[in-house]
Design a protein around this ligand. Structure first.
Ligand code: ATP
Ligand code: MG
Length: 634
């Protein structure tokens, strides 16, 4: 593949090419893939109308690029390492040959069940190989997969299934998550009561728990694949045919069903995977996200497989059987690239360091972070203890909507800087906007983060709701893609994501980003996590409310002292204007199932609006909300 960056001057050189002639740049990269027919135009876009098309006229099947293309040279190489939840169960090494057989068999089963190109299939599976097989089987025959994270409730499933009128659902009898065993099929049965479009349900046996099978509707996948052929021709897809629908995390409101298409998504995820992780043949890559999130789609499944990489699918959780698990898996499989989220880093940093120190982490080459801004403390801990100060950390900024990473250091080329996502990737043109809609020039500026020109991986629409797509991303700044996040540009042009635009609070006329204040709070030894929100205040317009969790319980007296210390440090590091009017200590913060703090709920609580908390379908821990309301700081 062309344009893989090896040093900083090369990055600047390639970036200039990419921005000067994006069509030439991206078509040169696209040439390294297998197309059934070459595209006739590279880019056709009208950002004002939110109408974006890449590689029109081109025909392909992404599975030929993820699998078939590698068979000759790498058939016996491991494509996927499956690391089960329990340490008593052996890891499974799945070769490209085996992956091909499994995907083709399931693809034939789907066809046999009447699934056609363009039909939607909901996949509600735990992190087991069948999840990857099923997604690729859909892609093989041109069905559109809509993966729903297997921790979601039945209401979350039914609303997603109905939104996309899914014809089929693929699930498992149950799932293992740490010490827990969850009966998934029961959850599905409850969801399907309200889902008239679902005609059949395929069930993978995983935990062998007791489940109900509805005659004519439910089938065990293994029964059907037994007699299925391992050969299924790859459907011919137009470059702009949808590959999948995926719902956003719901941090800021009702989840949006983003639609990603085939050609551009393939080219973008493959290219960014190679650059951001500097993956070399034979290396072992591990991303700990769930495939149910975009991170898993793009950087567990598609990006790595498109590069013929070995990617780990981990079924378990970081705390089971104990807090060693991540470090043990890294040692066991000699992981080279490790990609995780700030929420996991913060929770593991709370544990005794001996968990880390007893493992050999010398195989590591690149560390990654994604999902939320990473605070300085967590960044330094990650760098020091996990990377042993020799592995560059790629703080990757992107979204479900963007398909792939947009801003990130390129390891060994871009010097890293704690809490900075640094430079845009090749072909990406970020701009910072003023409230008035003007591009802010120069460095040392703060603004709303927009992208000026289209890139191949951008979502093309919201399923069945192009109007919402246009309004959400293209109306605030006509002609630009608006991310909803705010950022600053430092003296050398590095970007730091300062949080969501909604998280900026205006206190006595000053715009305050909440992320830097949270960073300051998190630097207190005893603090595990914090979230700041604004609430209406008679004099200041808004005042700041801090919700803080601690690493261990402390006495009321110590709490009072800590409140004072927190405000002193904010005063020192940011200014007295940013001092918190209220601080509440709590056991946990409300989070989305993807591990992000749901500040919009805290905002309601801080404003005394307890009755309508908004869409809570993606809330992980309702008990945290109850606790916070009960002990609400007056
Ligand atoms: P919704 O759009 O439904 O509110 P969401 O934005 O949390 O949910 P995702 O697409 O999963 O859904 O998350 C993307 C968001 O995550 C980004 O807009 C940004 O706020 C945050 N984010 C992701 N990576 C980073 C990062 N490296 N640094 C800072 N923020 C990040
Ligand atoms: Mg979002």
């Amino acid at each position: 593949m062309k344009y893989i960056v090896k040093n900083l001057p090369e990055y600047f050189k390639y970036q200039e090419k990419a921005l000067q002639d994006p069509e030439k740049f991206w078509s040169e990269i696209a040439e390294s893939f297998k197309w059934k027919k070459r595209w006739s135009s590279v880019l056709n876009a009208d950002m004002h109308k939110a109408d974006i098309k890449w590689f029109e006229g081109g025909q392909l099947n992404i599975t030929e690029n993820c699998i078939d293309r590698h068979l000759e040279e790498k058939g016996d190489q491991t494509a996927i390492i499956f690391e089960p939840n329990s340490t008593d169960e052996k890891a499974e090494h799945i070769t490209f040959n085996k992956l091909s057989e499994e995907v083709n068999k399931i693809a034939n089963v789907l066809k046999q069940k009447g699934i056609q190109k363009g039909d939607r299939i909901c996949i509600y599976l735990p992190m087991i190989p069948e999840l990857a097989y099923s997604m690729l089987a859909c892609a093989r025959i041109g069905a559109i997969h809509s993966v729903v994270f297997a921790g979601y409730s039945s209401t979350a499933i039914s609303s997603r299934v109905n939104d996309a009128s899914c014809k089929m659902l693929i699930t498992a009898d149950g799932s293992y998550r740490g010490a827990k065993e969850i009966n998934l099929k029961n959850i599905v049965d409850k969801a399907l009561v309200d889902c008239p479009t679902v005609e059949s349900v395929l069930v993978v046996k995983r935990t062998h728990c007791e489940i109900k099978m509805e005659a004519e509707r439910d089938f065990y996948l293994a029964d059907l694949t037994k007699s299925a052929s391992t050969d299924c021709p790859a459907e011919t897809m137009e470059a702009e045919d949808p590959l999948f629908i995926l719902y956003t995390s719901g941090s800021t409101g009702k989840p949006k069903g983003m639609v990603h298409t085939t050609g551009g998504y393939m080219v973008y995820t493959a290219h960014t995977f190679k650059n951001v992780f500097q993956y070399e043949n034979g290396e072992i890559y591990w991303c700990t996200a769930d495939i149910g999130w975009i991170t898993g789609h793009s950087y567990i499944l598609y990006g790595p497989l498109l590069n013929g990489a070995t990617t780990i699918i981990f079924e378990g959780v970081p705390s089971y059987p104990d807090h060693n698990r991540f470090w043990e898996v890294i040692e066991k499989h000699k992981v080279n690239q490790f990609y995780t989220a700030p929420t996991a880093i913060r929770s593991l940093a709370k544990q005794d360091i001996s968990h880390v120190e007893k493992h050999d982490l010398s195989s590591l080459k690149v560390l990654g972070s994604v999902g939320e801004p990473i605070n300085v403390e967590a960044w330094n801990w990650y760098d020091h203890h996990i990377g042993q100060q020799r592995c560059p950390i790629v703080d990757t900024w992107w979204q479900t909507e963007t398909g792939g990473i947009l801003i990130s250091p390129i390891p060994f080329s871009t010097p890293t800087k704690a809490t900075f996502a640094t430079f845009p990737l090749l072909g990406i043109q970020p701009v910072l906007m003023s409230e008035e809609g003007k591009e802010l020039e120069g460095n040392l500026v703060n603004g709303n983060l927009c992208i000026k020109t289209p890139w191949p991986g951008i979502a093309r629409t919201i399923w069945n709701d192009h109007k919402r797509y246009h309004e959400t991303y293209f109306s605030a700044y006509p002609g630009y893609y608006f991310s909803g996040d705010a950022a600053l540009r430092d003296p050398v042009g590095y970007y730091r994501i300062t949080g969501r635009v909604d998280d900026v609070v205006i206190v006595s006329g000053h715009n305050l980003g909440t992320a830097p204040i949270e960073n300051t709070i998190n630097e207190h030894q005893i603090v595990a996590e914090s979230a700041i929100v604004g609430y209406p205040h008679d004099v200041k317009g808004n005042a700041l409310f801090g919700f803080v969790t601690l690493k261990r319980p402390i006495s009321d007296e110590e709490k009072e002292a800590l409140k004072i210390a927190i405000n002193e440090s904010i005063s020192d590091q940011i200014g007295p204007i940013a001092k918190l009017s209220k601080i509440q200590f709590t056991f946990s913060l409300p989070k989305t199932r993807s591990g992000k703090i749901m500040r919009r709920i805290l905002r309601k609580i801080a404003s005394n609006e307890f009755t309508d908390l908004g869409d809570t379908s993606t809330l992980l821990n309702p008990e945290a909300v109850d606790e916070i309301i009960k002990n609400r700081e007056k």
